[in-house]
Design a protein around this ligand. Structure first.
Ligand code: CP
Length: 304
């Protein structure tokens, strides 16, 4: 399978076979992540982050360094010439001269696609507005596979802000390629985006509900997201939704013993800190998995 030079814009651009290949490749990065390598020596990753990030930017950078490559970039567009009015396409046509690959996070939907149209070097979508976060979906799938030994046959709940949460959009697209039961748990006003729902509804069995307690006993994987405050056009609507779902030790009592809890992070108040010390909590393991998955993506796209 050849990924050389390929952009990673939407998870919808990947077949199940390609996703499985990337997950397999990520597995082989586990030992390389511990000892380091020179696979990408001489290559440069540029991280262009127009929105805040802790995990995505730093894990892309760590992944590149662990493969022997180098990184350049910015985490605050206000200290770049964007501040002087430079547009995204000119910024991309500049940075492609300095780097072999670009990881881009931008508040506008369609930004990664637009960047890829201008760029001579591959673009990795590190989050495009409320639309998609495909590399997060690869690490979410990898975490499920690693923890449960499989993806097919599982009952998986996506919980919280399914309207504005980009990670759940990419993950829902990807999960629809597997033989799973998908539970979409959210308040009515934060239901899964129509275009995502329409795209996946004929491929898998979907149960939509507002009531998390009702579904907890049935599920194998609980993937909860924060309510995306920064995407709400009206802040009062955010405050109505804030704290709508909360996982605590009582919640876990009604779930299966081998239920796993995932969260793309950052967490606000969706998971009580006492849950962090239970065997069900896998969200910090998910963070590590972000490194190996991004190592796999970088090495496949930059294959020498
Ligand atoms: N999961 C995720 O995208 O985290 P950051 O916003 O910290 O990159």
């Amino acid at each position: 399978m050849n990924f050389k030079g390929r952009d990673v814009i939407s998870i919808e651009d990947f077949s199940r076979e390609e996703i499985d290949y990337i997950l397999k490749n990520s597995e082989s990065m586990e030992s390389i992540a511990l000892k380091g390598s020179k696979i990408l020596e001489g290559k440069i990753l540029a991280t262009m982050f127009f929105e805040p990030s802790t995990r995505t930017r730093l894990s892309f950078e760590a992944a590149m360094l662990k493969l022997g490559g180098s990184t350049i970039g910015f985490a605050d567009a206000d200290i770049t010439s964007v501040r002087k009015g430079e547009n995204l396409s000119d910024t991309i046509r500049t940075i492609e001269n300095y780097a072999d690959i670009i990881a881009l996070r931008h508040p506008l939907e369609g930004s990664a696609k637009l960047a890829a149209e201008f760029s001579r070097v591959p673009i990795l979508n590190a989050g495009s507005g409320a639309d998609e976060h495909p590399t997060q979906a690869f690490m979410d799938l990898y975490t499920i596979k690693k923890e449960k030994g499989k993806i097919d046959g599982l009952k998986i709940a996506l919980v919280g802000d399914l309207r504005y949460g980009r990670t759940v959009h990419s993950l829902a697209y990807a999960l629809s390629l597997y033989n799973i039961e998908l539970y979409l748990i959210s308040p009515e006003s934060l239901r899964m985006r129509k275009e995502v729902f329409r795209s996946i509804k004929d491929r898998i069995s979907i149960i939509q509900d507002e009531n998390l307690e009702k579904v907890i006993p049935q599920i194998d994987v609980l993937y909860i997201t924060r309510i995306q405050k920064e995407r709400f056009p009206d802040p009062t609507e955010y405050y109505k939704m804030k704290g709508v779902y909360k996982i605590d030790l009582n919640t876990l009592k009604t779930g299966k013993n081998d239920l796993i809890i995932l969260h793309p992070l950052p967490r606000i108040d969706e998971i009580s800190s006492e849950v962090d010390y239970t065997p069900q909590a896998k969200y910090f393991q998910q963070v590590w998995n972000g490194i190996v998955v991004r190592m796999a993506l970088l090495s496949l796209v930059l294959a020498t």
